[in-house]
Design a protein around this ligand. Sequence first.
Ligand SMILES: [Zn+2]
Length: 172
Amino acid sequence: MKTSFLKFAAVAILVAACSVQVSADNYKGSKAYVCPESGKVFHGDKDCSVLRSCGASIVTTTAKLARQQGYTLCDACSQAIAAKAEAEAKEKAEAKAKKREEAKKKKEEKAKKKAEAKERKAEKKKAAKERKEKKREEAKKKREAKARKNAEKAKRKVEKAQRELERAQKEL
Ligand SMILES: [Zn+2]
């Protein structure tokens, strides 16, 4: 029981290792460079450091053909491709984040502008209301002053009439 489990685990690890090996060949290019003296390895990058140290003349072929002939992608090239892909993904993520940040900023600015416009409008309305109120107050005061004046005038008239009446009564 225990040994069969170990066997199973070993197979699983082997399968996982193989799948890692397979996924490591993520070279999408068509050209392949081979150093004839360094075994069944091909390079995707012509400037690969391993290739640069090749003592023999480099053979240029296609990646498809190289794979068919059992060549596998060089580790350095594979790592460079992976690093490049990672860098590109990072750049993409950063660009996306930046875009998102800009959109957020734009939205905030728009909201701020809207709020400011609303405030301005409210202030304008308030000022207009105050002007109207003041005007109404002034008109009321004017009306009251006029009424007071009229009342005084009427009072004087009555007093004058009274005085005239008294004088006429004395003369009688
Ligand atoms: Zn290489």
